[in-house]
Design a protein around this ligand. Structure first.
Ligand SMILES: NC(=O)c1ccc[n+]([C@@H]2O[C@H](COP(=O)([O-])OP(=O)(O)OC[C@H]3O[C@@H](n4cnc5c(N)ncnc54)[C@H](OP(=O)(O)O)[C@@H]3O)[C@@H](O)[C@H]2O)c1
Length: 301
């Protein structure tokens, strides 16, 4: 299969590209800087600057991962726009690609798996959250909603769409764990605020497994929660990580300190949702790493 991946150079994308290549698929990767990312991608990847550069090479499937990192900078109004635009523009280009393929009677992609995030649900306290749960209206929700709505336009062209609302992705070499490990390794880790907020998480290998599962299963469409079946609170996460590292986790960070340091972005650390992968499990997807203990033992081992 010929698979077009946006954000293929990223933390999730690199692992996905490796697995797709191993499975014998042909990779079309969209990157803003093809020369810089070439050595992060499997040999033979066709890397071009824009989605629309691939109109002469129609993909059979699309995986849409591109977007400005959510937690890299304070959420100023300008940064919020960048977070939205970077996702909406690339996703809009994918819709335009379908339009152009239709106009030129090119082969249409069969399926698109498009990233979204747990932020779709906003702050849900300790309520159990499935794909049916009504969202709480806040910036993270509005961002994900807009992203999902634009992706939804591919269905007008007969493309099957699966939206993956991703939890915190865990693995070595990037993501949130790369930021958490240094203080925890020094014994300076601890919960954020009261630690009661939920942190849905997923091992990167399982996330990539879920993407491949959704690409292959013709009967699956709509939103899917992309997180392990056993989410934990922030306090549990801190305890489990510290235990795996053989260090104490006695240094809680007060909510007020995070609010002063990060402004509105502190909500990423201080609020959450007890998100469950109800639809993936109903469909028979099996997690290799269902519990945090197992996932961290694999990653840190
Ligand atoms: N990692 C997580 O814990 C997590 C959790 C929930 C949701 N997600 C979502 O899942 C997707 C993949 O996550 P990831 O961790 O692999 O992301 P990532 O490492 O930050 O990579 C995303 C890719 O997007 C491209 N990109 C970055 N800024 C961009 C911009 N301003 N405009 C256009 N493209 C830009 C980059 O590709 P080039 O530089 O090659 O163009 C980058 O490699 C993201 O959309 C993210 O929001 C991730």
């Amino acid at each position: 299969m010929r698979v077009l991946i946006t954000g293929g150079s990223g933390f999730v994308g690199q692992c996905l590209c490796r697995r797709l290549k191993e499975a014998g698929h042909q990779l079309l990767v969209v990157s803003r800087s093809p020369d810089e990312v070439r050595d992060r991608l499997p040999e033979g990847s066709d890397i071009r600057r824009s989605v629309l550069d691939f109109v002469d090479t129609p993909p059979d499937a699309i995986v849409n991962l591109a977007g400005e990192p959510i937690a890299a900078k304070r959420w100023s109004e300008e940064q919020k726009e960048r977070l939205i635009d970077s996702r909406v523009n690339v996703t809009g280009d994918l819709v335009m690609l379908c339009e152009q393929l239709k106009a030129s009677q090119g082969r249409m992609p069969k399926v698109m798996v498009s990233a979204s995030a747990m932020g779709f649900y906003g702050d849900q306290g300790d309520r159990e959250v499935t794909e049916q749960t009504p969202p709480h209206d806040e910036f993270a929700h509005r961002l994900c909603k807009r992203w999902e709505e634009v992706a939804g336009d591919v269905t007008d062209f007969g493309v099957r769409l699966a939206l993956l609302r991703i939890g915190l992705v865990l693995d070595v070499g990037g993501g949130s764990l790369a930021k958490m490990l240094p203080p925890f390794k020094m014994g300076l880790g601890g919960r954020f605020g009261d630690g009661k907020q939920f942190m849905p998480w997923i091992h990167r290998e399982d996330l990539v497994g879920a993407i491949l599962f959704l690409l292959e299963r013709d009967d699956l469409e709509g939103p899917f929660n992309g997180s392990a079946p056993h989410p934990v609170t922030n306090a549990e996460f801190s305890r489990t990580l510290a235990k795996q590292l053989g260090r104490p986790a006695l240094m809680p960070v007060p909510a007020i300190a995070l609010e002063v340091a990060f402004g509105e972005m502190a909500r990423l650390l201080l609020t959450g949702a007890d998100m469950r992968p109800a639809r993936l499990q109903e469909a028979g997807f099996e997690f290799r790493f269902p519990t945090l203990d197992k996932a961290l033992a694999d990653i840190l081992g």
